[in-house]
Design a binder for this molecule. Structure first.
Ligand SMILES: C[S@@+](CC[C@H](N)C(=O)[O-])C[C@H]1O[C@@H](n2cnc3c(N)ncnc32)[C@H](O)[C@@H]1O
Length: 241
């Protein structure tokens, strides 16, 4: 009945000629078909820049020995971590049906001794995360949730961390874009999320995310912009009292 256009900027190039925009059109469908709507979108979204992020996560004095991959999806990031660092142990946290997909991928890659799984619905405020971890990683994850849900998830993540632990948040913040068209396209993507996904998801700006980080008892340690296509990495720790 209605049609919705959404644009996704897929370049970090300063050259106008290098800009490429994916234009997709779809039809609004009943809420029961949301998953169908999310899948084609996910395929168009820029892939997270894992290579550069690995260097940041595993450098310095806070190099993690234990890491939660929250919203770990197929286990791709966890497998990259296991390949990158021979000592790190990883727990993939995701919905039960998704964890079983990741579990199979990890078995196929022969990494079951280094990567384990924690199936959970983090929308349940009473749920908790495995504790005593050096790091928690969230890539293209918090954008799936409302502001109050993000504060709840980050608060539980803080509890799971060791005293000097780090939270790594990788996402496409629209106020961090070098190109105006990228910011515009990301903002418009929120329309798609709201109408076709779960009604809560949004492409956030970094200022909103930093406010939610603060409310969850965390503080920013460092920020890395222009990773891959349109991504930024926020590195956070527990607030010093
Ligand atoms: C957009 S994907 C991000 C995947 C991956 N981190 C990446 O960067 O490619 C969001 C992930 O969050 C998971 N997720 C969504 N809602 C969740 C919930 N309520 N509890 C736990 N995981 C959830 C999804 O199953 C999915 O794997």
């Amino acid at each position: 009945m209605f049609s919705l256009l959404f644009y996704l900027a897929t370049t970090s190039s300063d050259s106008p000629a290098g800009n490429s925009i994916i234009l997709a059109s779809t039809r609004l469908k009943p809420a029961c078909l949301r998953q169908e709507a999310i899948s084609p979108f996910s395929k168009q979204r820029p892939r997270p820049p894992f290579s550069r992020a690995l260097e940041i996560v595993f450098s310095g004095e806070t190099k993690p020995r234990t890491l939660l991959d929250i919203g770990g999806n197929t286990g791709k990031w966890s497998l990259r971590c296991a390949e990158h660092d021979k000592d790190v142990r990883i727990t993939v946290v995701d919905l039960p049906e998704q964890v079983s997909v990741a579990d199979q991928n990890v078995r196929d890659a022969g990494q079951s001794d280094r990567i384990d799984f924690f199936p959970v619905d983090l929308l349940d405020d009473a749920s908790s995360l495995p504790e005593n971890r050096d790091a928690a990683w969230m890539s293209q994850f918090l954008c799936c949730f409302s502001e109050s849900q993000i504060v709840s998830i980050l608060t539980r993540t803080r509890k799971a961390l060791n005293p000097d632990g780090r939270v790594f948040i990788l996402d496409t913040f629209w106020d961090h874009q070098r190109l105006e068209v990228s910011a515009y396209c990301l903002i418009m993507t929120s329309l798609y999320f709201t109408c076709l996904a779960n009604g809560n998801s949004r492409m956030y700006d970094s200022k909103t995310m930093l406010r939610l980080i603060d409310q969850a008892g965390l503080e920013l340690v460092s920020e890395h912009r222009d990773l891959g296509i349109s991504h930024s990495l926020l590195v956070c720790k527990k607030k010093s009292k």
